[in-house]
Write a protein that binds this ligand. Structure first.
Ligand SMILES: Nc1ncnc2c1ncn2[C@@H]1O[C@H](COP(=O)(O)OP(=O)(O)OP(=O)(O)O)[C@@H](O)[C@H]1O
Ligand code: NI
Length: 305
Protein backbone atom coordinates (compact mmCIF):
# COMPACT_ATOMS: atom_id res chain seq x y z
CA UNK A 1 0.00 0.00 0.00
CA UNK A 2 1.30 3.46 -0.88
CA UNK A 3 2.28 5.72 2.01
CA UNK A 4 3.70 8.70 0.11
CA UNK A 5 2.64 9.83 -3.34
CA UNK A 6 4.63 12.61 -4.96
CA UNK A 7 3.26 14.14 -8.13
CA UNK A 8 5.03 16.80 -10.19
CA UNK A 9 6.96 18.20 -7.22
CA UNK A 10 9.28 21.09 -8.08
CA UNK A 11 11.19 23.56 -5.93
CA UNK A 12 12.91 26.70 -7.13
CA UNK A 13 14.64 29.48 -5.25
CA UNK A 14 14.30 33.02 -6.49
CA UNK A 15 17.49 34.98 -6.10
CA UNK A 16 17.95 38.63 -7.01
CA UNK A 17 19.33 37.90 -10.47
CA UNK A 18 18.76 34.17 -10.98
CA UNK A 19 16.51 31.23 -10.22
CA UNK A 20 17.87 28.02 -8.72
CA UNK A 21 15.93 25.00 -9.97
CA UNK A 22 16.65 22.61 -7.07
CA UNK A 23 13.95 19.94 -7.54
CA UNK A 24 12.42 19.37 -10.99
CA UNK A 25 9.18 17.54 -11.57
CA UNK A 26 9.51 14.57 -9.20
CA UNK A 27 6.79 11.95 -9.48
CA UNK A 28 7.13 8.79 -7.41
CA UNK A 29 5.46 6.73 -4.73
CA UNK A 30 6.79 5.04 -1.61
CA UNK A 31 5.10 1.90 -0.31
CA UNK A 32 4.64 1.13 3.37
CA UNK A 33 7.59 -0.99 4.47
CA UNK A 34 9.80 0.31 1.64
CA UNK A 35 13.29 1.72 2.03
CA UNK A 36 13.84 4.12 -0.86
CA UNK A 37 17.35 5.52 -1.22
CA UNK A 38 17.78 8.86 -3.00
CA UNK A 39 21.32 9.12 -4.28
CA UNK A 40 23.23 11.68 -6.29
CA UNK A 41 26.21 14.01 -6.13
CA UNK A 42 26.52 16.96 -3.78
CA UNK A 43 24.25 19.86 -4.72
CA UNK A 44 21.80 17.88 -6.89
CA UNK A 45 18.81 18.78 -4.67
CA UNK A 46 18.42 15.85 -2.25
CA UNK A 47 18.15 17.91 0.94
CA UNK A 48 15.87 20.47 -0.70
CA UNK A 49 13.51 17.59 -1.54
CA UNK A 50 13.59 16.50 2.14
CA UNK A 51 12.95 20.06 3.34
CA UNK A 52 10.07 20.50 0.89
CA UNK A 53 8.37 17.40 2.28
CA UNK A 54 9.00 18.52 5.85
CA UNK A 55 7.82 22.09 5.16
CA UNK A 56 11.14 23.61 6.11
CA UNK A 57 12.01 25.68 3.06
CA UNK A 58 13.09 29.32 3.32
CA UNK A 59 10.86 32.17 2.17
CA UNK A 60 12.46 32.53 -1.25
CA UNK A 61 11.39 28.98 -2.18
CA UNK A 62 8.55 28.33 -4.63
CA UNK A 63 7.07 24.85 -4.45
CA UNK A 64 4.65 23.31 -6.91
CA UNK A 65 3.11 19.86 -7.24
CA UNK A 66 1.75 17.55 -4.58
CA UNK A 67 3.12 15.19 -1.95
CA UNK A 68 0.37 13.16 -0.31
CA UNK A 69 1.37 11.38 2.90
CA UNK A 70 -1.35 9.14 4.24
CA UNK A 71 -4.08 11.32 2.66
CA UNK A 72 -2.58 14.69 3.64
CA UNK A 73 -0.96 16.99 1.05
CA UNK A 74 2.30 18.07 2.70
CA UNK A 75 2.71 20.93 0.22
CA UNK A 76 -0.76 22.39 0.42
CA UNK A 77 -1.92 21.66 3.98
CA UNK A 78 -0.33 24.71 5.59
CA UNK A 79 2.20 25.25 8.37
CA UNK A 80 -0.34 24.92 11.20
CA UNK A 81 -1.44 21.46 10.20
CA UNK A 82 2.14 20.40 9.45
CA UNK A 83 3.21 21.50 12.92
CA UNK A 84 0.20 20.03 14.72
CA UNK A 85 -0.37 16.72 12.96
CA UNK A 86 2.41 15.83 10.60
CA UNK A 87 5.90 16.56 11.91
CA UNK A 88 6.66 13.97 14.52
CA UNK A 89 3.95 11.34 14.50
CA UNK A 90 3.59 10.91 10.74
CA UNK A 91 6.84 12.32 9.41
CA UNK A 92 10.26 12.35 11.03
CA UNK A 93 13.45 13.96 9.76
CA UNK A 94 17.03 13.15 10.59
CA UNK A 95 18.54 16.47 9.47
CA UNK A 96 21.80 16.66 7.56
CA UNK A 97 23.37 19.10 10.06
CA UNK A 98 22.81 17.62 13.53
CA UNK A 99 24.76 20.28 15.41
CA UNK A 100 22.39 23.08 14.44
CA UNK A 101 19.30 20.92 15.09
CA UNK A 102 20.04 20.30 18.78
CA UNK A 103 18.87 22.60 21.58
CA UNK A 104 22.11 23.44 23.40
CA UNK A 105 20.78 23.79 26.97
CA UNK A 106 19.45 20.27 27.51
CA UNK A 107 21.22 16.94 27.79
CA UNK A 108 20.54 14.26 25.21
CA UNK A 109 18.54 12.24 27.74
CA UNK A 110 16.32 15.22 28.53
CA UNK A 111 15.82 16.08 24.84
CA UNK A 112 14.80 12.51 24.13
CA UNK A 113 12.50 12.26 27.16
CA UNK A 114 10.79 15.54 26.22
CA UNK A 115 10.26 14.40 22.64
CA UNK A 116 8.84 11.08 23.83
CA UNK A 117 6.51 12.82 26.29
CA UNK A 118 5.35 15.31 23.64
CA UNK A 119 4.20 12.34 21.56
CA UNK A 120 2.51 10.48 24.41
CA UNK A 121 5.27 7.91 24.66
CA UNK A 122 7.02 6.69 27.80
CA UNK A 123 10.02 8.96 28.54
CA UNK A 124 11.77 5.92 30.03
CA UNK A 125 12.24 4.71 26.43
CA UNK A 126 15.07 7.26 26.07
CA UNK A 127 17.79 4.80 27.07
CA UNK A 128 16.61 2.01 24.81
CA UNK A 129 16.32 4.42 21.86
CA UNK A 130 19.85 5.62 22.54
CA UNK A 131 21.04 2.04 22.67
CA UNK A 132 19.38 1.33 19.32
CA UNK A 133 21.40 4.10 17.66
CA UNK A 134 24.60 3.08 19.46
CA UNK A 135 24.80 5.84 22.10
CA UNK A 136 25.80 4.81 25.62
CA UNK A 137 24.35 6.17 28.86
CA UNK A 138 27.37 8.43 29.47
CA UNK A 139 26.92 10.11 26.07
CA UNK A 140 23.22 10.57 26.75
CA UNK A 141 24.05 12.59 29.87
CA UNK A 142 26.09 15.14 27.90
CA UNK A 143 25.02 18.49 26.49
CA UNK A 144 25.05 18.77 22.69
CA UNK A 145 28.22 20.92 22.67
CA UNK A 146 30.03 18.12 24.52
CA UNK A 147 29.21 15.57 21.83
CA UNK A 148 31.44 14.60 18.91
CA UNK A 149 29.96 14.96 15.42
CA UNK A 150 29.23 11.24 15.27
CA UNK A 151 27.54 11.26 18.70
CA UNK A 152 25.38 14.26 17.72
CA UNK A 153 24.45 12.40 14.55
CA UNK A 154 23.27 9.39 16.55
CA UNK A 155 21.35 11.62 18.96
CA UNK A 156 19.38 13.34 16.16
CA UNK A 157 18.59 9.92 14.71
CA UNK A 158 17.24 8.80 18.10
CA UNK A 159 15.22 12.04 18.35
CA UNK A 160 13.67 11.50 14.92
CA UNK A 161 12.76 7.92 15.87
CA UNK A 162 11.27 8.90 19.25
CA UNK A 163 7.73 9.70 17.95
CA UNK A 164 7.80 6.49 15.85
CA UNK A 165 6.91 8.33 12.60
CA UNK A 166 5.12 6.52 9.77
CA UNK A 167 7.70 7.92 7.33
CA UNK A 168 11.26 8.64 8.39
CA UNK A 169 13.35 10.84 6.12
CA UNK A 170 17.00 10.31 7.00
CA UNK A 171 19.22 12.91 5.31
CA UNK A 172 22.80 11.59 5.34
CA UNK A 173 22.29 9.85 8.71
CA UNK A 174 25.73 8.23 8.69
CA UNK A 175 27.86 11.39 8.40
CA UNK A 176 30.77 11.38 10.83
CA UNK A 177 30.32 7.73 11.81
CA UNK A 178 33.02 5.12 11.41
CA UNK A 179 32.26 2.01 9.35
CA UNK A 180 30.82 -0.25 12.10
CA UNK A 181 28.48 2.55 13.23
CA UNK A 182 27.54 3.33 9.62
CA UNK A 183 26.46 -0.28 9.22
CA UNK A 184 24.75 -0.24 12.61
CA UNK A 185 22.65 2.81 11.58
CA UNK A 186 21.85 1.39 8.15
CA UNK A 187 20.79 -1.94 9.63
CA UNK A 188 18.56 -0.10 12.11
CA UNK A 189 16.78 1.60 9.18
CA UNK A 190 16.47 -1.72 7.37
CA UNK A 191 14.95 -3.42 10.43
CA UNK A 192 12.53 -0.53 10.76
CA UNK A 193 11.22 -1.20 7.25
CA UNK A 194 11.17 -4.97 7.82
CA UNK A 195 8.81 -4.38 10.74
CA UNK A 196 6.45 -2.16 8.73
CA UNK A 197 8.08 1.28 8.94
CA UNK A 198 8.95 3.32 5.86
CA UNK A 199 12.23 5.14 5.23
CA UNK A 200 13.45 7.61 2.67
CA UNK A 201 17.24 7.47 2.95
CA UNK A 202 19.12 10.37 1.39
CA UNK A 203 22.75 9.58 0.83
CA UNK A 204 25.65 10.11 -1.51
CA UNK A 205 27.06 6.79 -0.25
CA UNK A 206 26.13 4.25 -2.91
CA UNK A 207 27.46 1.38 -0.79
CA UNK A 208 24.99 2.40 1.92
CA UNK A 209 22.12 2.34 -0.57
CA UNK A 210 23.25 -1.02 -1.92
CA UNK A 211 23.36 -2.50 1.59
CA UNK A 212 19.82 -1.65 2.64
CA UNK A 213 17.60 -0.11 -0.06
CA UNK A 214 14.65 -1.81 -1.76
CA UNK A 215 14.49 0.86 -4.43
CA UNK A 216 16.87 3.59 -5.57
CA UNK A 217 16.14 6.97 -7.13
CA UNK A 218 19.17 8.56 -8.75
CA UNK A 219 19.11 12.36 -8.92
CA UNK A 220 21.11 14.44 -11.35
CA UNK A 221 20.89 18.23 -11.46
CA UNK A 222 17.50 18.37 -9.71
CA UNK A 223 15.81 15.55 -11.66
CA UNK A 224 15.32 11.88 -10.93
CA UNK A 225 16.99 10.17 -13.87
CA UNK A 226 16.55 6.55 -12.79
CA UNK A 227 14.18 4.99 -10.27
CA UNK A 228 14.22 1.19 -10.10
CA UNK A 229 14.61 -1.73 -7.71
CA UNK A 230 17.98 -1.51 -5.96
CA UNK A 231 19.17 -4.90 -7.22
CA UNK A 232 18.62 -3.77 -10.83
CA UNK A 233 20.28 -0.40 -10.36
CA UNK A 234 23.43 -1.96 -8.91
CA UNK A 235 23.73 -4.91 -11.27
CA UNK A 236 22.41 -3.40 -14.52
CA UNK A 237 22.23 0.42 -14.32
CA UNK A 238 20.11 1.80 -17.15
CA UNK A 239 20.99 5.51 -17.14
CA UNK A 240 24.51 6.40 -18.31
CA UNK A 241 24.81 8.70 -15.27
CA UNK A 242 24.03 5.84 -12.86
CA UNK A 243 26.56 3.70 -14.69
CA UNK A 244 29.17 6.47 -14.41
CA UNK A 245 28.46 6.92 -10.70
CA UNK A 246 28.96 3.21 -10.08
CA UNK A 247 32.13 3.16 -12.19
CA UNK A 248 33.53 5.96 -10.03
CA UNK A 249 33.41 3.72 -6.92
CA UNK A 250 36.83 2.62 -5.60
CA UNK A 251 35.78 -1.03 -5.58
CA UNK A 252 34.59 -0.85 -9.18
CA UNK A 253 36.45 0.89 -12.03
CA UNK A 254 37.50 3.89 -9.84
CA UNK A 255 37.01 6.09 -12.90
CA UNK A 256 35.89 9.64 -12.09
CA UNK A 257 33.12 11.17 -14.22
CA UNK A 258 34.61 13.71 -16.60
CA UNK A 259 33.27 17.27 -16.46
CA UNK A 260 30.94 18.88 -13.93
CA UNK A 261 27.21 18.99 -13.33
CA UNK A 262 25.48 22.09 -14.72
CA UNK A 263 24.62 25.09 -12.54
CA UNK A 264 21.08 24.78 -11.24
CA UNK A 265 20.60 28.39 -12.32
CA UNK A 266 21.21 27.47 -15.96
CA UNK A 267 19.78 24.03 -16.65
CA UNK A 268 19.55 23.02 -20.31
CA UNK A 269 16.17 22.36 -21.93
CA UNK A 270 17.11 18.75 -22.72
CA UNK A 271 19.00 16.07 -20.80
CA UNK A 272 21.26 17.79 -18.26
CA UNK A 273 23.77 14.92 -18.35
CA UNK A 274 24.23 15.05 -22.15
CA UNK A 275 27.38 17.25 -22.11
CA UNK A 276 29.17 14.57 -20.00
CA UNK A 277 27.62 11.53 -21.67
CA UNK A 278 29.40 9.36 -24.23
CA UNK A 279 26.04 8.18 -25.63
CA UNK A 280 24.61 11.66 -26.26
CA UNK A 281 23.40 12.76 -29.68
CA UNK A 282 20.95 15.25 -31.16
CA UNK A 283 17.98 13.55 -29.52
CA UNK A 284 19.31 14.58 -26.09
CA UNK A 285 18.50 18.23 -26.78
CA UNK A 286 14.95 17.37 -25.76
CA UNK A 287 13.92 16.21 -22.30
CA UNK A 288 13.64 12.41 -22.15
CA UNK A 289 10.52 10.86 -20.64
CA UNK A 290 10.82 8.84 -17.45
CA UNK A 291 11.64 7.64 -14.82
CA UNK A 292 12.01 4.69 -14.50
CA UNK A 293 14.81 5.77 -16.82
CA UNK A 294 14.95 9.33 -18.12
CA UNK A 295 17.28 8.75 -21.05
CA UNK A 296 17.01 8.68 -24.84
CA UNK A 297 19.65 5.93 -24.96
CA UNK A 298 19.15 3.71 -21.92
CA UNK A 299 21.75 1.00 -21.39
CA UNK A 300 19.10 -1.53 -20.39
CA UNK A 301 16.30 -1.03 -22.86
CA UNK A 302 13.62 -3.22 -21.32
CA UNK A 303 13.88 -1.20 -18.10
CA UNK A 304 12.86 1.94 -19.92
CA UNK A 305 9.78 0.38 -21.44
N1 LIG B 1 17.75 28.91 0.27
C1 LIG B 1 18.36 28.67 -0.88
N2 LIG B 1 18.50 29.63 -1.81
C2 LIG B 1 19.11 29.37 -2.99
N3 LIG B 1 19.63 28.17 -3.33
C3 LIG B 1 19.54 27.18 -2.43
C4 LIG B 1 18.90 27.36 -1.16
N4 LIG B 1 18.96 26.18 -0.50
C5 LIG B 1 19.59 25.31 -1.32
N5 LIG B 1 19.94 25.90 -2.48
C6 LIG B 1 20.61 25.28 -3.62
O1 LIG B 1 19.89 24.14 -4.03
C7 LIG B 1 20.79 23.18 -4.55
C8 LIG B 1 20.53 21.83 -3.97
O2 LIG B 1 20.99 21.82 -2.61
P1 LIG B 1 20.84 20.56 -1.67
O3 LIG B 1 21.28 20.97 -0.30
O4 LIG B 1 19.49 19.97 -1.80
O5 LIG B 1 21.89 19.53 -2.29
P2 LIG B 1 22.21 18.04 -1.82
O6 LIG B 1 21.93 17.15 -2.96
O7 LIG B 1 21.51 17.76 -0.53
O8 LIG B 1 23.79 18.11 -1.61
P3 LIG B 1 24.72 17.53 -0.42
O9 LIG B 1 24.99 16.09 -0.82
O10 LIG B 1 25.93 18.36 -0.51
O11 LIG B 1 23.99 17.63 0.86
C9 LIG B 1 22.20 23.70 -4.30
O12 LIG B 1 22.67 24.26 -5.50
C10 LIG B 1 22.00 24.76 -3.25
O13 LIG B 1 22.97 25.76 -3.36
NI1 NI C 1 22.10 17.46 1.34
Amino acid sequence: MTLLNIDGLSVRFRLRDATVQAVSDHTFAVRRGELLAIVGESGCGKSVLAHALFGLLPRNAEVSGRAILDGVDLIGCGEKRLAREIRGRRLGLVPQSPATALTPVRTGRRLLAETLRAHQRDPALADSLAEQVGLDAAALGKYPFELSGGMAQRLVTALALAPDPALLIADEPTTGLDRPLVDHTLDLLRRRCDSGGTVLLITHDLAAAERVADTVAVMYASRIVEHRPAADVFTAPAHPYTCALLNALPDRAFQPIAGHPPMLTALPAGCAFAPRCTHADGACATLPAGPPVACHHPLVTEAAA
